[in-house]
Design a protein around this ligand. Sequence first.
Ligand SMILES: Cc1cc2nc3c(=O)[nH]c(=O)nc-3n(C[C@H](O)[C@H](O)[C@H](O)COP(=O)(O)OP(=O)(O)OC[C@H]3O[C@@H](n4cnc5c(N)ncnc54)[C@H](O)[C@@H]3O)c2cc1C
Ligand SMILES: *[C@@H]1O[C@H](CO)[C@@H](O)[C@H](O)[C@H]1NC(C)=O
Ligand SMILES: *[C@@H]1O[C@H](CO)[C@@H](O)[C@H](O)[C@H]1NC(C)=O
Length: 477
Amino acid sequence: MTAPVPAIREQCVIVVGSGLAGLAAASQLVANNVPVRMLETLAKPGGNSIKASSGINGAPTRFQPGPDNRFYDDTIQSAGAAISQEDPDRLLRESLISVLTKSSADAVYWLADEKKVDLSKVAQLGGHSRPRTHRGAGANPPGRSIIGALLSSLESNSRFHLHTNCKVTNIIREADEIKGVGYRCEDGKTDTLLGPVVVTTGGFAGDANGMLAKYRPDLAGFPSTNEPREGSQPLLTAVGARLLDMDRVQVHPTGFVDTSSPSSPVKFLAAEALRGEGGILLLPNGSRFVNETGTREYITNVIRNVASPTDTTSRQWDLDIVLDEGSAAAVGSSIDFYTWKDLLRKETVKDLGPEAISSLQTYSDAASGKTKDPFGRQHFGHWTLKDVTPDSVVYVGKVTPVVHFTMGGVAINERSEVLDKETNQPIRGLWAAGEVTGGIHGDNRLGGSSLLECVVFGRIAGEGAAEFYKENYESEG
Ligand SMILES: Cc1cc2nc3c(=O)[nH]c(=O)nc-3n(C[C@H](O)[C@H](O)[C@H](O)COP(=O)(O)OP(=O)(O)OC[C@H]3O[C@@H](n4cnc5c(N)ncnc54)[C@H](O)[C@@H]3O)c2cc1C
Ligand SMILES: *[C@@H]1O[C@H](CO)[C@@H](O)[C@H](O)[C@H]1NC(C)=O
Ligand SMILES: *[C@@H]1O[C@H](CO)[C@@H](O)[C@H](O)[C@H]1NC(C)=O
């Protein structure tokens, strides 16, 4: 797979980045018998996509427990004020969301039926009015099984060539058309490839001191669930691409602090389900302080206002996430993973200090319906602990807010064509899909919709680039 890129100028479609959006585009290209060269900076393919743990949205599908015609409306609602009457991009945003949601069942069926990925389990995540986030029944997280299936199908196709350890350094624009890319490989070799270009280079949530600091100075240096890497939108703005929503960044209130490397910039996500199934958050002194089922943004803001940061730069906080045995059982097998990684520890309440006993008792009373929750929480998941004693068993981990997803990126139309900053028209020969693009999610991405956008717009980009290649390249011989 790491074979050097041949120097001969054979023509192909170039896909930049090997995450889900890139693999979806490449799959569509080879399905059209078009040769593909995929360039990937890192040694291993898969990007942040391979880490996806909750699943992919689709509606209505045969895997869902009931009917569902609310996906478009839920997505518009989550996009929030970004889609206002006055917004000059309102129609563009609505058409992107319409394509995303209307193609979602097809996207799930493409993976499940054509690529044989198990997506038979469906969960309801925050912000969704129906269960519609699909994953497999086994222990393999959905990102890993989807990436694995697409890669192995591509690798068996002679028209697909993956070149890892090769970073695209520039896109070549001549007059009004994109003609190819320049790249540099780890062995120092630099060269160009000629052909139409599909850019699927992902977001900039892991570029803590670069693009994140530029567009969201308040989040500069924040830890992230993403791998630390440079943002890639400058590749596209250098050839005239327009940007949209760059300051819209999703912060997740709970990333695990690994006590063996507390200052690591990469954190494991402490999934929303840990709180949804009953888990609570405590300050170091054992006090509860927030409605743990509020929105991600709300919880993060309360943390930043109420809790004390652990460092002078206010990039990390010291909080405990606490689950009782009922909540932990409801979360299921990922609890074993977290305890195996030592991110969650099985302890007793007395290890949390005297104040925690009373915090937990107050919460248990609310959960069992005896009293109202002091923080207005209405759902307590599967919290079953009733009488809290110093010896009650709990699962405890350290958590802090983490940057998780960047909603902004280059503007595309519903054909995944990149729009020019000056004309707002498509740039000929250039497509983009996945987290590198902006505008689809507005203020807030729904969980499960980023894998979906990778599949939907990645395939659209692949289809468009295949047509363009056949019309403009293949005939040249
Ligand atoms: C821990 C975690 C859990 C998640 N869980 C979910 C979930 O359950 N459901 C969901 O929908 N979303 C989830 N997300 C979000 C989702 O995984 C990502 O938004 C999505 O996978 C992005 O895919 P992509 O193909 O756009 O980019 P990526 O998968 O990040 O791939 C981009 C690739 O491009 C490469 N690249 C970048 N620049 C260059 C260059 N110049 N030259 C060559 N290569 C380059 C990168 O190295 C990378 O491999 C999760 C994210 C994380 C971090
Ligand atoms: C715990 O700390 C918070 C924030 O510093 C404070 O508001 C609260 O009063 C403290 N609780 C106790 C019991 O000391
Ligand atoms: C707590 O969160 C739930 C779920 O988001 C919400 O319905 C409820 O209104 C919230 N309560 C308060 C007081 O914020």
